[in-house]
Design a protein around this ligand. Sequence first.
Ligand SMILES: Nc1nc2c(ncn2[C@@H]2O[C@H](COP(=O)(O)OP(=O)(O)OP(=O)(O)O)[C@@H](O)[C@H]2O)c(=O)[nH]1
Ligand SMILES: [Mg+2]
Length: 443
Amino acid sequence: MAVTTKLTWNEKKSLQKLLGNVSLRLLSTSSAHRHLFDKCQLQGSTVTVVYNFYKIIGVFIPGHYPEANEFREPVSSFCFVLERHDAMKITTAVLEAEVKITSGKLTFCSFDQTMFCIDPSKAELSIDSSLQYKLGVYASSDFKFNECEVFRVEGIEDDTTYVSKITRATKHRNQLLAELRTFKPNVDLISEICILLLGPVGSGKSSFINSVKSVFQGRLIRQAIVGSDYTSITEQYRIYSVKDGNNGKSLAFRFCDSMGLHEKEGVGLCVDDIPHILKGCVPDRYEFNPHKPIRPDHPTFIASPSLKDRIHCVAYVLDINSIDDLSSKMVAKFKQVQKEVLKCGIAQVVLLTKMNNCSKTLQDNFLNMDKSMTSQSQIIEVSKMLDIPTYNIFMVENYASELELDPLKDTLILFVLRQMLRVADDILEDLSLEETEKKTGGD
Ligand SMILES: Nc1nc2c(ncn2[C@@H]2O[C@H](COP(=O)(O)OP(=O)(O)OP(=O)(O)O)[C@@H](O)[C@H]2O)c(=O)[nH]1
Ligand SMILES: [Mg+2]
């Protein structure tokens, strides 16, 4: 009888991503083999999962499965819970315990206390209460499951710290996702924060928008057109909302994509367009003309924009590898742009894109990401050049040629987005006060 898995395509993809885009090869199932775990020895790293109607609960074991009655302290073992109604939702917890197989049961023990135990003969899983808490599952007695499967993990990086980094990143990413999904601007006058991306041609503005959309959708999205050319690939003004893959609802932030800036006059975005964009007078899909800015008599010009149409945060996007090569003309253009932004009292942040290998830059402790960023020399340089504090300058690695999402990249993208929204939110209180005063003044 052919052994087949109960994992759906999405569930399998989710687990593969969790482990760093590995392959999973099914070794054995409890319905096919009475002594399931005997089949799993000397197979290298494995994932063992059990299913009930709502959840898949599993454990990752690096290195070989233990042999019968052998005790082994695994490195970076962790268990996880995957919600069957939303395969993107995975909760993980590190298992610091000895692992053994006795009487056909796979058991993780810490100081003689059973932390996690799968018993295929009784179709029962028991989880210690402290671990249940970490995993967000609650049961007073053992969990009943209808199937147990063991997969060999193929193509995993040798470096076991990579696995623990991935699991920590996934945990952090899930927390950030949850926070951003429920994010609402601090002021009542608007329901969405509008972030405008400005920067030299080819710096990665459109790619950042695609990257944020991808993280929330759980798959790579290439909606904004990206590419490389002497002149800007983005020729239209575009306003993008971001949909939550969970329920398809739009989230409380929007991105405005603009034509790239160029040091030459008459090439790229016309600086005189910027005050109109900031005030919300430029409509979606407006075709930029590098030689002349939009005028109030343009048929689609928005003459009386409200606070919700305005830009609430400007993100200057720069390629981290070409900061030293920015010409004095480009820096002067930036200063001109900044003058307009400051005149409108809008929040400003900097995104440094094309950072190579974000996993190296990210410290193990994701909670200190801002600290690990502000110490970078490029950030200090840009801070001096644009007179923007280091804590508002962020490094990011966009999705460019990848085929799969990566929890480390996701985490950084979400972290940067959250910081941008916080900066915008702080400034918005002032803008809304101004708007309210204008309204009361007009009454
Ligand atoms: N490796 C890498 N490539 C990137 C990153 N961001 C963007 N790219 C690539 O850089 C090129 C330009 O990216 P775009 O997103 O089109 O840049 P843009 O700023 O929108 O460019 P214009 O619209 O032309 O002004 C594309 O080939 C992208 O794939 C990144 O973080 N890392
Ligand atoms: Mg673009």
